[in-house]
Design a protein around this ligand. Structure first.
Ligand code: URA
Length: 233
């Protein structure tokens, strides 16, 4: 990889800044000053430093965002606010996508990455990755509806959902833990028993918990432990 691309990918220096800093002798490769911004380096093998500070490099980006209401999990949808619009400029050069989707009117934990393989694994039904959502309903949920939804709901299109777990906190509020993620699934499940979801927020994806200090619209890089959990569902 070219040295200037390495720096622009890390977000530390733009390509033109990299040329300038090379000329100024501020960049080293394995301890030797490197003056050519087009020089080929191997981020896995070479130690690159800027003004004496080692620059760590990762090809992949893993982000947790607290998705706000009103934003869509799409890379390009005319007239809509996109979750990607909330990310800082340093992420612009990565080809990011969301790991699955949350509806426009669902908030909470959405993972964003450019690691297609890991995302594919995390979403594969084979791995049964559990997701947890907090919900508020328009009407009280009778116990018989709660237990029949847990066993499997027949949706309007005839699809029967897989078993899940529903715990009520009040007669209208609760949490649902499920491995599936079909289009509008939770809303359609509650609709199948004549109820309506008025608020929905995801708080967990597999072993990754939404940081409860993270305000809506804010995001964090996953920690190394969270990346491990994401990659090995
Ligand atoms: N189920 C839904 O209905 N909506 C979501 O955003 C996620 C799960």
């Amino acid at each position: 990889m070219r040295l200037d691309k390495f720096f622009s990918n890390t977000g530390v220096l733009s390509r033109s800044q990299c040329s300038r800093e090379c000329r100024a002798g501020n960049i080293t490769c394995d301890g030797k000053i490197i003056r050519d911004p087009s020089a080929n380096i191997d981020p896995e093998k070479n130690v690159i430093a800027y003004k004496g500070e080692i620059i760590s490099y990762s090809e992949y980006v893993y982000i947790m965002m607290n998705k706000p209401l009103g934003y869509v999990c799409s890379n390009d949808e005319a007239g809509e606010l996109l979750v990607f619009d909330l990310l800082g400029e340093k992420y612009a050069k990565f080809e990011l996508f969301t790991v699955g989707r949350l509806d426009k009117n669902t908030s909470g934990l959405i993972l964003i990455t450019n690691d297609g393989q890991a995302a594919h694994r995390a979403l594969s039904p084979k791995h049964h990755v559990l997701k947890k959502y907090e919900f508020t309903l328009a009407d009280p949920l009778p116990e018989e509806d709660r237990s029949s939804l847990e066993k499997g709901a027949e949706l309007a299109d005839g699809y029967v959902t897989k078993p899940c777990q529903i715990e009520m906190k009040t007669n209208k509020e609760g949490v649902i833990i499920m491995s599936e993620g079909k289009y509008h699934q939770i809303r359609r499940m509650f609709a199948s028993v004549g109820n309506k979801v008025v608020e929905l927020k995801r708080t967990q994806f597999g072993g990754i918990l939404l940081d409860d200090t993270l305000e809506a619209g804010k995001y964090l890089d996953l920690t190394p432990d969270e990346i491990k959990l994401f990659k090995n569902p």
